[in-house]
Write a new protein. Sequence first.
Length: 468
Amino acid sequence: MIEIVVPNVGESVSSGIIAAWLKKDGDAVEEGDNLFELETDKATMEVPATASGVLHIDAREGDEVEVGAAVGRIDENASAPAQSSGDTARGNEESESKSQSGAKSGAKSGGKEKSGAKTAEDTAGSPTKEPAAAQKNTPEKQGTPEKSPAGRQQTGSGQQQGPAKKKRSLDDLSPAVRRLVEELDLDPSDIPGSGPEHRLLKEDVQRYVKQGAGSGGSGSRSPASGGAALHGDIDPDRQERVPMTNLRKRISERLVESKQTAAHLTTFNEVDMKAVMDIRKEYKESFEKKHGVRLGFMSFFLKAAVKALKEYPQVNAFVDGTDIIYNKFFDIGVALSSDRGLMTPVVRDCESKGFAEIETIILDFIQRAQKKKIMPDELMGGTFTISNGGVFGSMLSTPIPNPPQTAVLGMHTIQQRPVVRNGEIVIRPMMYLALTYDHRILDGREAIGFLKTIKEAVEDPNSLLLDV
């Protein structure tokens, strides 16, 4: 038997959620076949088989699994059994029963997801992790009791009987759970734990509050809790409660962190895109024929950003306590939209890359984002970010910097507008630019100068091509 283990997808990622199994228990799989989707707080990726054989699944969809944990096995010496029509029908019925039982159990616990994405403190400071149930816990038939990972009896409908209680202090909890309990002013000893040895998990606190058993169960929401306190029961005919994905929780957490820890201010300008559009029109076919990729707008803005970052190094820096850290490299994040949410892969060392290489890297990011193959490490370490809301028709916005970065540039849709050139009114393709920055480290004069440098570089793209 070959164990299927959760791969190491980055230094900052210690666990993830099994979002979906792409193969069924008992299926014959080939080496390289994608087996399941692993959702972390940074990205979702597909995990392939490392051997050929028959798949045996040991962890269910919605389970949280640690890096290195076994979630299934591949029997290299077995072959998928041939089923008669009757066996197939029974197998489908049992599979559906298992799926329904697992889905109901997952719904009770919020899909086994944590109520908030992990912060650096959660990852680095947690003395122990909350391992997933890497074993089969689903009954063969509905109504048959099953053992939960904590040793409690659980029926096929997902209802638990005789929840275990344990005397515990705040010191017994992981940092994430302890913070949640403190914010909601709860006694952890009153909350039944469903983890190994009745360990208290985040979903246990959520369930306890939802059931109205504690002081936080009145249905009120504490703003400081970051959404941890749940509203009361919903009307199932008119409402639907859907747990956030890990990526969405991470986005939510980072945006709130950015707004609460920095003094944001946004300055605006507009840029005439005619010169860039003329170059693209003239060299569009020859550029694509030679480099195998189209010449887009983003490469011009990345090169312009590098030029401006060199002139205004404060924008390429960040606040660390009472110090300012100046980055001497230019790793620029490019915000991309995917079906799972916003992600910002980083183009490394932009100052040493040409237009064709930048466009190739961005195209590769776009393609892999849709296939869920962006690695977490590719989303980290940026010193500046560019977000192009113009692809969705946005005329103006105030983007939020990705902490600890100091600033983010917002591009917007190109519109034909009347402008004055040499005393005459002419129609030009104009784009509004927005720079949101941290006023703690950057004064208005520098921010305005930075954005003006980008404007001038884009309006005179030859200066970028000649590096002058």
